[in-house]
Design a protein around this ligand. Sequence first.
Ligand SMILES: Cc1cc2nc3c(=O)[nH]c(=O)nc-3n(C[C@H](O)[C@H](O)[C@H](O)COP(=O)(O)OP(=O)(O)OC[C@H]3O[C@@H](n4cnc5c(N)ncnc54)[C@H](O)[C@@H]3O)c2cc1C
Length: 816
Amino acid sequence: MSDIPTKARVVVIGGGVVGCSVLYHLGLKGWTNCVLLEKNELTAGSTWHAAGNVPTFSTSWSIMNMQRYSTELYARLGAEVDYPMNYHQSGSIRLAHTKERMQEFERAASMGRYQGIAMEIWTPEEAKEHYPFLETHDLAGVLYDPTDGDIDPAQLTQALAKGARDMGQKILRFTPATGVTQQADKSWIVHTEKGDIAADYVVNAAGYYAQRVGEWFKPYGGRTVPMMVMEHQYLLTEQIPEVVAWSEEHGKKLPLIRDVDVSYYLRQEKGGYNLGPYEPNCKAHWEGGDAEMPDDFSFQLWQEDLDRIEDIVTDAMERVPLMATTGVSSVINGPIPYAPDGLPLIGPMPGVDNAFEACVFTFGIAQGGGAGKVMAEWIVDGATEWDMWAVDPRRYTDYTDHEYCVAKGMEVYGNEYAMHFPWHRWPAAPDRKLSAVHARVKALGGQMGDYNGWERANWFAQEGDDTSEEATHTWARSGPWEQRIREECEAVRDAVGVLDLPGFSRFNLAGSGAAEFLRTQITGALPKIGRMNLMYFADNRGRILTEMSCVRHDEDSFTLITAATAQWHDFELLRARLPEGLSLTDHSTEFGTLIVTGPQSRALFEQIGTEADLSLPWLSHQSATVAGQPCSLARVSFAGELGWEVHAANAALPAIYEALLAAGAKPFGMWALNSLRLEKGYRAWKGDLSTDYSLFEGGLERFVKLDKPQDFPGKAALLAEKQQGSKKRFVTLLVEAGDTDAPYMSCIYSGGEIVGETTSGGWGYRIGKSIALGMVRADLAQAGTELEVEIYGTRYKAVVQEDAPLWDASNERLRA
Ligand SMILES: Cc1cc2nc3c(=O)[nH]c(=O)nc-3n(C[C@H](O)[C@H](O)[C@H](O)COP(=O)(O)OP(=O)(O)OC[C@H]3O[C@@H](n4cnc5c(N)ncnc54)[C@H](O)[C@@H]3O)c2cc1C
C-alpha cells in the first residue's frame, strides 16, 4: 500500500521555489493539511541552476511589492524556520547610459521610497567610489538599491519546505502528478503513480512544465497555458585577487551590477564573477515538432553557447576590466519559462473552478516569496492584499497561440531590461484580432495598439508624420502624435469624431431571476428597461473588482459591456456565481462598436439616415438602423460630448463606418479618447479602478446603495467604512507639469511627505492643462489643496480640483 495521503485541502504540483513558497504560505495562513507533489527532487526544474539574484526593481507597483516582500521574507526566513542559508544583500547598481534611462530610474526610485526601499540616485563618480573596478566615463548616472542581492536558490527552497513541513504540510518527492479529475462538487482527485489524492484545490506550480500540466484541466474549462521556454546562460569566472581583497577588506560582496542598456547582470560569485546576458539574438526551446519538451529534464542543462553572448561579454569586460584578467570556469545554460509579457501567471486558472496557477516565472527566485503570499491569499481569502492584475492569468485570453507565445517570449527576453515607453508598441506578433473595418482604419493612417489582442488605432498619422519605432522612445508628451491627438480632440469638441473600438467584452445574461441575481452582486441599482447605467462589483472588503455597463432589454434580460482586457476576468466573476437556470453567454467577437461623439453627432446621424429616435436622453438604449444597417444605439460618450455608441454585428459595421466617414466624422484614436476621458474624470479599469481601493475611496458613492434590501459582496465592509471614514480619497489634480505628464503610480507629496499616488495622468487638450487622477490621504482631498506630483524625478505643483469634471462640469454637452 502506498503511504501517500488520500486527502488534502490543497495539492500543489511542483516543488521548485514557487511551489514550496505556496505551501509555506498556505501553512502560515493556517491551512496545514496541504500536499506538494514533486516529480523528482525539490528544485529539479529551473530552480536549482538559477543565478539567485533577488532584485526589487520594477516599474510596476505590484511587481515591486511582490519582490520587496520576498527580500523581507528571505532576510528573516533562515532564523524563522531554523534553516540558515546564504543570502547576501550586497546592494545593486543599475547603470544608465541615457537621459531617458535616468528618468526611468527616478520613477522607480520614487516608487521604491514609497514602499520603504531606500533607493538612491548616484552620479557616476559616486558609483565609482562604491565600486572602484567600474568604468564610469560614459554613464549618465546610477540607481542604487540597498536591498538587492543574491540567495542560494536551493537553500531557499529547502528552507521554505522545512518551514512548511514543520507546520504539518506534506511534501512528496519523486511523486509525479499524472492527471486530475474534477468531482461533481468541483473538488479534485489528483492522480499519481502511487495513488490518488482528493483535494479541494489544485495549484499548477510546475515551472516550465506548466503548459503540460495545464492540459489536464481542459476538460473542465481550461485553456492552453500561454507560455514558451527560453534558453538562458550565465558564466562563472575564476577567482580574481582584487575582488577577493576588496571583499575581505569591506567584509561584504561588491554590489551587483546591471548594465541594463547593454543587457546583462554581473555579480560577485565567491571570489570571481557571475555574468548573465539577455542577448537579442536569443534562443527559444521546445517549440514543438522535433523539438518537443522531454517528459523529464530534471537537473539537466543545455550545451553552452558562448558565441551568442560574445558581444555582451566583451562589453562587460570593458565596463569592469578586471573581468578580462580571468578565465571562465563554467557556464550554466538552462530553461526559463516566459509568458508573452515576461511576467508570471499567479491567480485563478481561467475557466476552471478551484484551480490556480503559480507558474511561468522568469524571475522566480526574486518573486517566489511574494508569489507564495499572493497565491495563499487567492486560495484562502479569495482575494489578494494588493491588486495583482499584472500577473493575473486572466489577462490573456484566446489570442495567445503557440506562435504568439514564442514570438513575444523571444521579444521580451531580448529586451529584458528595455524601457517601456508609453508611446511605444512592441512589434512582435501583431494583428491577433481584427475589427471588420481594420484595413480601412489602417488606410486612414491608424497607428495601432493592442487591447486584449484587438487592434485599435491609438492615433491617426498624416502624410509625412514620423511613425518609426525610434520616435516613440520618449517619456515626453511631445512627438509626432501630439499634434494629431490635439486635432482629434478638437474635432470631437467642435464637430464629430468616430472611433472604431473592436473588442468590447459583451455578455448576455438572461433567465428568470437574472435581475435579482445582479442586485445581489452589484453595489448599486439596475437600470430601467430600455436604459443603461454603470454598475460596480466589490470584493468582500468593499474594494473595486470591476465596472460594467449594463443595458437592460427586459425585466430579466441584460447585455453587460466591459473593457476588452476584462473579458475573462469579468466573465469568470459572473460565471462562478451564476445560479442555475440563468444563461450567461459571451458575444464579444460577434459585434463591433463605433464611438460617434461630438456636438454635431446628432446632425450626422440624421444626414446619414437612421430610424433611431435621437431625442432619447442620455443613458438610453435602442435598436435602430444606421445607413440601412441594423445596430443598436447607446446614448453615452466616454469622451464627454453629445454622442452614441453604435453596436453592430461585424457584417453591418463596414457600411456604417463608411457612411459616418463620408458624412464628415473625423477618425480619432485611443490616445485622444484617453485625454478626453481624463477631462471628465472617467476612471479606467485597472488604473484608476483597482482592488487597491474601496468604492468609497474611489469616489464612487453614487454607485453604492447601502439601503437596498439585497446583501452584496462588500456591503458590510462599505457600511463600516462609511461609519469610520475612508483613509484615502480619489482626487482630480491639475499639475503644472513640464514636458511630461504624470504616469501611473507617480508619488504625490505634501510638505515633503508622500501622501498618495496617481492612478493615471495625461494632457487635456480641451482644457489645455496636464491632469492627474489619483488617491491622496483623505484630509488632503479638499478642492484647492496644494500638493506636488513627482514626475520622473521632478516635483511639480498640483492642485486638487472640485469633485466635478474639468470639462463641462454640469454635463450639459453630454445631455444636449
Ligand atoms: C540560467 C538561469 C539563471 C536564472 N537566474 C535567476 C535569478 O538570478 N533570479 C531569479 O529570480 N530567477 C532566475 N532564473 C529563473 C528561475 O530559475 C525560475 O524563475 C524559477 O526557478 C522558477 O521556479 P518554479 O518553482 O516556478 O519552477 P521550477 O523550479 O521549474 O519548479 C517546477 C517543478 O515542478 C516539477 N514538476 C513538473 N511537472 C510535475 C508533475 N507533473 N508532478 C510533480 N512535479 C512536477 C518539476 O520537476 C520542478 O521541480 C534563472 C533561470 C535560469 C535558467
